[in-house]
Design a protein around this ligand. Sequence first.
Ligand code: NAD
Ligand code: AKB
Length: 319
Amino acid sequence: MKKILVIGAGGQIGTELTAYLREIYGAKNVIASDIRATLHPDLMEGGPFIRMDAMDSRQVYQVIQREKAGQVYFLAAILSAVCEKNPEMAWDVNMGCLNSVLRVAHELKFRMFVPSSIGAFGSTTPKHNTPQLTIQRPNSIYGVTKVAGELLCDYYHDKYGVDVRGVRYPGIISNVVPPGGGTTDYAVDIYHKAVKYKTFTSYLKEDTFLDMMYMPDALKAAVSLMEADHDKLHFHNAYNVSAMSFSPKMQAEAIRKHIPGFTVRYDIDPVRQCIADSWPDIMDDSAARHDWGWSPDHDLGSMTKEMIEVLNDRFHKGK
Ligand code: NAD
Ligand code: AKB
């Protein structure tokens, strides 16, 4: 089989996606790559790793040609809260890396997965059941790069026939690698603090609803879309995918079922609150369900139970 390259493999999604792909396609067929020199030990030991700057299209070309990669999962990016602190760097990295890899995809003809985000929407977008095609005027620089990225992928697909596919992920919740500096990071940290200290300080207001997804569903979405029949894809790129919608208050209530006495206080960060207020509560993902059979396996209850079990084992039983 042709090899699979994961670019940005060292991040929150990449670490688990690389392991998941290696389980499906065999360890030697899935190459992890990142600008970082060292990744999670399981990734480094579990298969091939190449250090690579995705912005350098010559290096990307050489690696993909040499390894004969037929698929690339492109995850290199900077997330919303970090982007807001340095908008110039946000544009340079998020657009520079994507543009570089798309140019190589045009020349070498591989299939690409490029995730967009709920961040591609803004305060003028319908918040509830956000349609697949709707107003996209994001208020954050991260969102600007996400919309521009969606359009660039559409352009390469329509103009050059590059088989580039993607979803708009909600906030992703996981327990292996911490999130990389986004607005939705609180929804991961709350589990760590609940298990360790039985108390948490939220930077978002208690009634801020956001679209969220547990990592196993995010991995399933990526691979299902990459394996889908191209002719059945009406959008190919930027498919809305949803799993659950909750607020910090609701998540705390779900945690209290397992950790009675868990408390939350609120110390609002105006920057992340403003971004969160402009993002969807929940997207309409009927196009993904129709075109490639998308459906999530986890809701808030099942995710909370599993997150607490895993973190309890790690922090209190040393597993
Ligand atoms: P992350 O910040 O955890 O990881 C990004 C990885 O990209 C890091 O390992 C970083 O070292 C690497 N990287 C940065 N610049 C690079 C470069 N020049 N060359 C090679 N590698 C580089 O991000 P993530 O959470 O894993 O997100 C992956 C993708 O999914 C991003 O496009 C992000 O916008 C999107 N997404 C993530 C979420 C989420 O909640 N995690 C939600 C929606 C969309
Ligand atoms: C962020 O908060 O920036 C990311 C995302 C939803 O894109 N988690």
